[in-house]
Design a protein around this ligand. Sequence first.
Ligand code: HEC
Length: 139
Amino acid sequence: MVRLLASRPLRALPADEPRRGAGRLMLRSAFLALALMAGAAVAQTSNPADAPGGEDPSVLPAGNGQEEVFYACTACHSTAIIRRSAFPRAQWDGLMDWMTEKHGMNPLEGEERKLIVDYLAQHFGPRTAPARGRNPFLN
Ligand code: HEC
């Protein structure tokens, strides 16, 4: 009994402690790094409703350019991101370049661009209705 106790190196415990602590710390920072990477991966579409897919053109208001906008704009995100926007025409026009330069959208030129920007400006222009009169669930 005495031999058993004596054979157990008493100093082993304190010596082990820091190593165990370091291991836990490394695990924790690895987890943190993973969490950060996962966060970065979803940052592009932080809102699940913004993810592309599962829609058809009828989610956009009917009108000239409805289909063109739908097919030009839903490869990377849903129409939700468009439907909640309200920009004057010049800003929509600028957004087309931003989407091309920053996010690799195929450049929109000529008639197609005009059709698309006109549609966006007409249906998603600055809102003039007073905020209190609006149904927040429709926008
Ligand atoms: C090649 C991919 C791609 C295509 C195609 C694309 N977009 Fe985008 N768009 C993005 C990305 C990426 C973002 C940033 C997403 C975010 O912030 O969550 C974005 C953001 C937006 C925003 C939000 C801008 C803001 O600052 O509020 C609007 C509005 C928008 N897009 C409209 C459009 C319209 C309209 C079209 C079609 C003409 C289009 N997008 C086509 C990639 C694309």
